[in-house]
Design a binder for this molecule. Structure first.
Ligand SMILES: NC(=O)c1ccc[n+]([C@@H]2O[C@H](COP(=O)([O-])OP(=O)(O)OC[C@H]3O[C@@H](n4cnc5c(N)ncnc54)[C@H](O)[C@@H]3O)[C@@H](O)[C@H]2O)c1
Length: 440
């Protein structure tokens, strides 16, 4: 393919040289003349292991070139990969000035250069941009006025996941290739361009591709901060956190795995809240600040509050809580966020009925029973013997349980508003008119 790479920083230089090494004809564009000159001489404008050799090879074979003139690069080009910087503004928002500028330059250049042989050109954003940028900033540039004869343009978001320091290796072996586009020709072009990665392309909508990059970077930052908080705390107690985290990382069932990484309802139960409190107390005693750990408890509480506020905002009064324990397949109600919901709704005067496949006061004993009775007086009156009974005359269902009986009852008697707390209710229930996800 004939490819234009806009912006010759870390992402652009590696992308340009990497794609040239795969046999494409690539022309890089930058407003910075020194970067363009450097690349044309066969020297990389950025420092990265392996990039000098790759750039030199591209220039030597004639497959890689650079220019400050966007028109020269765009002439008969099939794909533009936009790799300009998207820095922070003073208030922390994303500065899209370079993005807007380069897109305007690109559109203007189309008026004076030859279209690609196929007539179709793909404008692909590789820079990191906030969700919504594709629709509000990128697409309008090419939709606002008729394109010159011979040109049709599709736009896409294809985030870049390389890390500085191992950028070249990451380019050839990314964790995944994600393409967000509504344009079939662009989707096909990108699948072909990244076929060398040897794994399928994740085909998503544009905002999902835009959001994914932020989720990845936020998670990486949270991981580093978590390890550092463990280190700062445990070192005060004579524990070497390097050893703790080394063994921690051997757990690929819960620690380094997809466990606990689905958006949904708050955590609860007899361990997580208690042990977070204990860690916070250890930190207080040792005069160590653990903002991440402290904020975890606050953030969890906000999930519960958000659900309460949403339900109250409906002004509906009869609530069926389907699931009471803190997770499925247990009767443990200690610190269950669903129990917290029941308490708050009752406090606000709502009419609450509860069904839980397992929680049954006749069977509960010990601390669990005492806990349930202390939190919900007249609990026996609230508990329904079946999901149908709980749903009878209900306006709202708050569903944490995905037991088949619960799902069948919801299908048979769907209330006006169904709030899905797990994201596992299934397509048919998601199509109900009153369906809403707790955070999607
Ligand atoms: N650096 C990374 O490791 C990395 C990894 C993944 C994604 N990203 C994202 O990719 C984007 C680029 O990052 P980077 O580190 O390569 O940035 P960078 O600052 O190193 O390079 C950006 C380049 O764009 C050029 N540029 C600006 N306006 C231009 C215009 N109108 N025409 C042509 N060139 C123009 C600049 O001169 C500069 O050389 C950012 O959105 C970043 O968040 C970066």
């Amino acid at each position: 393919m004939r490819i234009t790479v806009l912006g010759l920083g870390y992402v652009g230089t590696i992308t340009a040289a990497g794609l040239a090494s795969k046999g494409h004809h690539v022309v890089g564009v930058d407003v910075d003349e020194s970067k363009v000159e450097s690349l044309r001489r066969g020297a990389s404008p950025v420092v990265e292991p392996g990039i000098d050799e790759l750039v030199a090879e591209g220039i030597a074979t004639g497959r890689l070139d650079a220019t400050t003139d966007i028109r020269a690069a765009l002439d008969r080009s099939d794909v533009s990969l936009v790799c300009v910087g998207t820095p922070s503004t003073a208030r922390g928002s994303t500065d899209l000035t370079f993005m807007r500028r380069v897109l305007a330059d690109l559109r203007e250049a189309m008026d004076s250069v030859r279209p690609p042989d196929s007539g179709h050109h793909s404008v692909v954003i590789r820079s990191t941009v906030p969700p919504g940028t594709g629709a509000t900033v990128v697409a309008p540039v090419f939709d606002a006025s008729p394109l010159p004869a011979g040109w049709s343009v599709g736009t896409a978001m294809c985030p870049e996941f390389l890390r500085e320091g191992s950028g070249v290796a990451d380019f050839y072996d990314p964790p995944f290739v994600v393409v967000g586009t509504a344009d079939d020709a662009t989707r096909r072009a990108l699948a072909e361009l990244f076929a060398f990665v040897g794994q399928g392309v994740h085909d998503v909508d544009v905002p999902t591709a835009e959001a994914l990059k932020y989720a990845c970077n936020a998670f990486h930052a949270v991981k580093i901060t978590f390890a550092n908080e463990m280190g700062r705390l445990f070192s005060q107690y004579g524990v070497d956190a390097r050893r703790v985290m080394q063994i921690f990382c051997e757990d690929d069932k819960l620690n380094l795995s997809s466990a606990y990484l689905r958006p949904g309802f708050a955590f609860g139960g007899s361990c997580l809240p208690k042990d977070l409190r204990a860690l916070q107390d250890l930190a207080r005693v040792a005069a160590v600040d653990l903002p991440l750990i402290s904020a975890t408890t606050t953030s969890n509480e906000l999930v519960v509050r958000h659900v309460v506020d949403r339900v109250l905002a409906t002004r509906l009064e009869r609530v069926a809580l389907l699931g009471l324990s803190f997770k499925m397949h247990t009767d443990d109600v200690r610190e269950s966020p669903s129990l917290e919901l029941a308490e708050r709704f009752i406090g606000k005067g709502l009419d609450v009925r509860v069904y839980d496949p397992i929680v049954n006061p006749d069977r509960l004993v010990g601390a669990n029973l005492r806990h349930l009775q202390s939190r919900l007086t007249h609990v026996n009156r609230l508990l329904a013997p079946s999901p149908e009974e709980a749903l009878r005359d209900a306006d709202i269902a708050i569903v944490t349980s995905t037991e088949p009986a619960v799902l069948a009852a919801l299908r048979a008697h769907p209330p006006q508003f169904v709030l899905d707390m797990s994201g596992r209710l299934g397509d048919d229930l998601e199509r109900l008119p009153g369906y809403e996800g707790v955070s999607w």
